[in-house]
Design a protein around this ligand. Structure first.
Ligand code: CO
Length: 214
């Protein structure tokens, strides 16, 4: 129980610190949100979006799942995406993966973990798709590269949703980004350039697809 008491105590400090910086911080917060970014990240406890980008409450709209996947039949993700893009009109959508991702690691092996194997299936497909470039790497390098390639695939999946396609046609936005967070150093490595139309989406993915040749 001490752990829970500590968290609630921390919450009081959080309130005090924000009020010191801006006495009206919570009044403004209660009036609404205008986040500039939607973050689609891994549920991993080591990758907290606000902390690693030094942003405040209200700045990033967040969706997290295991291994930061964009699955086009996932109503949860699609609902978050639609609200963020069409109502909040975010300027950026980032898919942020991370090295050492347990979901990607699990997908690389043949061991069964249960229900989650079905969720991670798409990462196995990515691994198969890029096998030509992955097979020549050491296991550690292959793990890192698959994390990066999976992020690029998720950006591509995002760009193919009707929500993003319609937004691009209407307002040339939002920009899509693929990032990988290095849990061992704390730094974010960008994996894509800014993408806000079909051409730049193809450009990013063509580079990767050229390597596998099919
Ligand atoms: Co992860």
């Amino acid at each position: 129980m001490q752990y829970i008491k500590d968290l609630l105590e921390n919450n009081k400090q959080f309130v005090e610190e924000h009020l010191q910086k801006d006495p009206a911080f919570f009044e403004k917060s209660a009036q609404g949100q205008q986040p500039k970014m939607l973050w689609i990240g891994c549920a991993d406890s080591r990758v907290p979006p606000n902390e690693i980008t030094k942003t405040d409450p209200g700045e990033i709209f967040v969706h997290r799942n295991i291994a930061n996947l964009v699955v086009q039949t996932d109503m949860n993700m699609l609902s978050v995406l639609q609200y963020a893009v069409e109502v909040l009109k975010v300027e950026h959508v980032v898919v942020c993966g991370h090295y050492g991702c347990g979901g990607v690691k699990a997908a690389m092996g043949s061991h069964q973990y249960g229900l989650i194997d079905n969720w991670l299936r798409q990462i196995k497909d990515t691994q198969n798709y890029y096998w030509q470039q992955l097979s020549s790497l050491s296991e550690a390098d292959r793990f890192n590269r698959l994390v990066e390639l999976s992020v690029i695939e998720q950006v591509y999946n995002l760009g193919k949703t009707s929500i993003i396609q319609n937004a691009w046609a209407e307002r040339n936005g939002p920009f899509l980004h693929g990032w990988v967070y290095d849990i061992g150093s704390g730094y974010i490595k960008t994996q894509t350039s800014m993408i806000n139309n079909e051409e730049t989406l193809k450009e990013v993915c063509k580079f990767e697809m050229g390597i596998i040749g099919h």
